[in-house]
Design a protein around this ligand. Structure first.
Ligand code: GLV
Length: 327
């Protein structure tokens, strides 16, 4: 029997590659950088399945070039804003993602950013490396307390709730905003109070973003909403870069409208080294690594492979984004 033909658009952990190699005729893009568009479109021609990353745009052009035999697009990420899901659904192409396995790891990183920005860790590290540490300074690098502060969570899904769990251990007050209010049981479990966004922003000492990127959330944190935040507040973004208006954030950080920001995701991404955000001491940036623990990336790889293999075999994906294709 001929094996299904698949393309994997980057080297992912072996937990995912091994089962794909065993079951498919596979081409794996070997470069550290994503395949350029032309190379991607050429590589997917005639494929039964494609394992994509969030750097690969899946749209009508992609689906046309792949051909009508394409059964599955398996995205190696929980987010899938790079995929035109409606276009896939229209053609009966299943789309998979990797929910659940990265929840705690992503919340760990969001918490790391929150702590690091509050206690000015990157500034302190630079201060020491620059040879500026001369004595114990009573006024040196002071920041806000984390314990007892108010955490505003925007997007109260799996990762937002994992943040609330961490906040409990620090004796924080948790307020949240989501399009859908959580059940009373969930609110009670996390001792979390629902608020409108304009109610939350003026009260939170830390605002942590956990929403999907959609037309509704693009630019959600804009100049006006940054203006509603406390001048002492810290913004943490581990969701998607375009949820925050980058140039409005630069202006807010420069003017002291808010105290600091800590970003795992940016707009644009990657952030060029000469971007104004990088020049600001009160902005901490890491390169979209929230799910990057060895164990979690292994689990994501294995889950993405399971989706890909189910799809090419004509079976229901374990974690489909568009289950409506199954009727
Ligand atoms: C990473 O950002 C993901 O969506 O998994």
């Amino acid at each position: 029997m001929t094996k299904p033909k698949v393309f994997v658009s980057r080297i992912i952990p072996e937990e995912g590659l091994a089962p794909i190699r065993a079951a498919c005729e596979v081409e794996i893009w070997q470069d550290e950088l994503p395949p350029p568009r032309d190379a991607l479109l050429t590589a997917i021609e005639g494929c039964d399945g494609v394992l994509t990353l969030l750097t690969d745009k899946v749209d009508d052009e992609f689906l046309d070039r792949a051909g009508p035999q394409l059964k599955v697009v398996s995205n190696f990420a929980v987010g899938f804003d790079n995929v035109d899901v409606a276009a896939c659904t229209k053609r009966g192409v299943a789309v998979g993602n990797t929910p659940g396995v990265l929840t705690e790891t992503t919340a760990d990183l969001a918490w790391t950013l929150l702590m690091a920005a509050a206690r000015r860790i990157t500034e302190g590290d630079r201060y020491v490396r620059d040879g500026k540490w001369k004595t114990w300074g009573p006024m040196l690098l002071m920041g806000p307390d984390v314990h007892g502060a108010t955490l505003g969570i925007v997007g109260f899904g799996r990762i937002g709730q994992a943040m609330a769990r961490r906040a409990k251990g620090f004796g924080m007050r948790v307020i949240y905003h989501d399009l859908q209010r959580a059940s009373k049981a969930v609110e009670a479990e996390y001792d979390a109070t629902y608020m409108t966004l304009d109610g939350l922003l003026p009260q939170a000492d830390f605002v942590s973003l956990h929403v999907n990127l959609s037309p509704e959330t693009k630019g959600l944190i804009n100049a006006e909403r940054l203006g509603w935040m406390k001048p002492t507040a810290i913004l943490i973004n581990t969701a998607r870069g375009p949820v925050v208006d980058s140039m409005a954030l630069v202006a807010a950080l420069e003017a002291g409208t808010i105290a600091a920001a800590a970003l795992d995701v940016t707009d644009p991404e990657p952030l060029p080294a000469d971007h104004p955000l990088i020049g600001l001491d009160n902005c901490l940036v890491v390169p979209h690594i929230a799910s990057a623990s060895r164990v979690t990336r292994g689990k994501m790889a294995s889950m993405a492979a399971a989706n890909l293999l189910a799809g090419v075999r004509g079976k229901r994906l374990p974690t489909p984004v568009n289950p409506e294709i199954y009727g």
